[in-house]
Design a protein around this ligand. Structure first.
Ligand SMILES: *Cc1c(COP(=O)(O)O)cnc(C)c1O
Length: 275
């Protein structure tokens, strides 16, 4: 596998080493160009493993991006956006209700007391990992007369501070979800280890796919496990090679974020030793 060589130019480095170097999009044309580049990367990854690019959905992630730039990205074709933090997402949804077909996917950990907000505006929730949250979401959704596509988040990297269920707990958890008719289970989601070592990253994605394949065989009725949401700007090609059907991409579209990734998930090196 390829390693990062700091003395070599950026273009020859593996993609996951280029994290943080993505140029900032400030015009609709910038967004069109960045989206075309991401789609080209998606197609190339699909081609390597004989997959149809139509089987991979690109979910642009707009966290920290202001309303003006989100509107430019919308004009360039981003009509469903991923946001990590519920309050930020809710605020943006409220400010851009005039864009009637703009939909929101909440992709970050949720506390039970925020379920009410998600039930109001989200089309998709990708980080379900607790029965309390499932119960609260279902109750709030029933009250709103809405439903929600959900992904169960799995902790495939065995990092103590990372959200998501351990793989061995997912089967039992899925069985409890049939009780919640407003939740439509679509599949599994994971955040890989954030590491420069491509094969350690790949192992997380392989874990999610094999788990999905195993659970799909005896999934409770009404529970579809077709989707695998995995891969972000730095590692989505590896995720696609391992079967991703949704890739969540922020920086390669919007540009490098000023906020550190540790605002959203733990840094590498916090893995539990007995992994
Ligand atoms: C921010 C985020 C992403 C996208 O990361 P980028 O490096 O911006 O591509 C993907 N998934 C989750 C859960 C995120 O919070």
């Amino acid at each position: 596998m390829t390693d990062i060589h700091p003395q070599q130019p950026l273009e020859t480095q593996p993609r996951y080493a280029q994290h943080g170097h993505y140029p900032r999009a400030t015009t609709v044309d910038d967004f069109r160009r960045h989206l075309a580049a991401v789609h080209a990367r998606i197609e190339a990854a699909c081609k390597r493993v004989g997959r149809n690019p139509g089987g991979v959905r690109l979910l642009p992630v707009s966290k920290t991006v202001d309303e003006a730039r989100i509107r430019l990205s919308y004009a360039a074709g981003c009509h469903m956006l991923g946001e990590n933090k519920v309050q930020e997402a809710h605020r943006k949804w409220d400010a851009m209700r005039d864009l009637a077909d703009l939909r929101w996917s909440v992709i970050g950990h949720l506390q039970t007391n925020k379920a009410k907000l998600v039930a109001q505006f989200a089309s998709e929730f990708q980080a379900l990992d607790s029965s309390h949250v499932a119960e609260a979401l279902d109750r709030r959704l029933q009250a709103e007369g809405r439903s929600l596509d959900v992904f169960v988040q799995v902790n495939t990297s065995n990092e103590a501070a990372k959200s998501g269920l351990p793989p061995e707990a997912v089967g039992d958890f899925l069985r409890t979800l049939s009780a919640y008719s407003a939740l439509h289970v679509r599949g599994l989601m994971t955040l890989a280890l954030f590491s420069a070592e491509g094969d350690r990253v790949r192992r997380c994605f392989t874990t999610l796919r094999t788990l999905r394949d195993r659970l799909r065989n005896d999934a409770p009725s009404g529970i579809a496990l077709d989707e695998l949401s995995m891969g972000m700007s730095g590692d989505f090609e590896i995720a696609i090679e391992e079967g991703a059907t949704v890739v969540r991409v922020g920086q390669a579209i919007y540009g490098a974020r000023a906020t550190p990734d540790s605002d959203y998930w733990p840094a590498d090196g916090q893995a539990v030793p007995n992994g």
